[in-house]
Design a protein around this ligand. Structure first.
Ligand SMILES: C[S@@+](CC[C@H](N)C(=O)[O-])C[C@H]1O[C@@H](n2cnc3c(N)ncnc32)[C@H](O)[C@@H]1O
Length: 325
């Protein structure tokens, strides 16, 4: 759930006319791309609804919001995808009732299906974060993960969050790329991709080479990703946007520096070679390395490296008015 490798190809079910229209209509591009990803998204990002991801989601929430009176009553998720953030937060005791929303109908469908399997009290709607289809003062909490960087007008979306929050209600967004983090992550990813795909042309390494059509598909997808990824954030800038939208008690936090410098080349390498070449032992070793480096980030580097150098940004803020509880 951290550094993400290049995505595979655009929606193969989209018509040529839709693909052409998506080049000039960013929201259509978001729908086509994410609709196609919906059914395979959980596998692709190793998303689960067990202790591992509950702890991860809850950890991100606590890292930026700090200790809060829990649970929140009614929570809304924007850009829910398959429900990773809100469903795991609900399982982690953050909220009692949930509403999942996304611009992509395919994603809302999968998120509702996941919620039903988990027996959670969740409803859902297709919705644009810039025009949230709920009444004023409806929610106690609004959350999102890896969604703000897809929204054209982030300040408008945060204004909408504040409108649908009850006075004293809080928003929490996590998993956003910082500007500096995105720069080194992309560069490391590009270098690793090039090196791996060149080296595996050597005759004695052929077995490590993915079929050319799959490699081409990944390259095309990386190009499309550049269309749907609209922003990167400086943490101070993100705080300024949230204050300008009308939020109080605004606070941005960042995490993953060593973990991102290590994780991006590793995950790009993994995407460039056949999956069967990577043993369970190798994957476990990489996961342990990532956990270890995250510990170093949190306990050592956080105290000496400026926050804008870390890869992941999170932001929280509160709607002015009554205090919760
Ligand atoms: C990178 S995915 C993240 C999904 C999920 N939150 C997660 O972390 O796994 C971004 C999601 O935001 C959605 N999205 C993009 N633009 C949006 C908008 N304007 N309003 C609501 N959702 C949007 C996409 O359809 C996609 O499901």
């Amino acid at each position: 759930m951290t550094a993400r490798p290049a995505d595979p190809a655009p929606n193969p079910h989209a018509t040529e006319a839709e693909v052409q229209a998506a080049l000039t209509d960013n929201k259509l591009a978001q729908v086509l791309y994410h609709d196609w990803e919906a059914e395979t998204y959980d596998d692709k990002w190793s998303i689960s609804y067990d202790e591992r991801c509950i702890e991860y989601a809850r950890g991100r929430f606590d890292a930026v919001a700090g200790p809060q009176p829990l649970p929140y009553g009614r929570a809304l998720e924007l850009g829910c995808g398959t429900g990773f953030f809100l469903l795991n937060l609900m399982q982690g005791g953050i909220a009692e009732r949930g509403s999942v929303t996304d611009l992509s109908p395919g994603m809302v469908k999968v998120a509702l299906r996941n919620a039903e399997h988990l027996g959670l009290d969740v409803d859902g709607r297709v919705a644009d974060a810039e025009t949230i289809p709920y009444e004023d003062d409806t929610f106690d909490l609004v959350v999102g993960h890896a969604v703000l960087h897809h929204i054209p007008d982030v300040e408008l979306a945060l204004k909408e969050c504040l409108r649908v929050l009850k006075p004293g209600g809080r928003f929490v967004f996590a998993g956003e790329p910082t500007t500096i983090g995105n720069f080194y992550a992309r560069k490391l990813g590009q270098i690793t991709w090039k090196a791996t795909t060149e080296i595996t042309k050597l005759p004695f390494l052929r077995g490590w080479r993915r079929p050319q059509e799959e490699l081409d598909e990944s390259s095309r997808a990386a190009a499309l990703e550049a269309v749907v990824d609209l922003h990167t954030f400086d943490p101070a800038e993100l705080e300024a946007i949230a204050r300008s939208a009308g939020a109080v008690e605004v606070h941005a936090a960042t995490e993953e520096f060593a973990a991102a410098l290590w994780g991006w080349p590793v995950r790009t390498f993994e995407a460039a070679v056949p999956a069967e070449k990577l043993s369970v032992g190798y994957r476990m070793a990489q996961y342990r390395a990532w956990l270890g480096l995250s510990w170093v980030d949190e306990n050592v580097l956080k105290h000496v490296v400026p926050r804008q150098f870390f890869y992941n940004a999170m932001i929280t803020g509160v709607k002015p008015g009554a205090n919760r509880k």
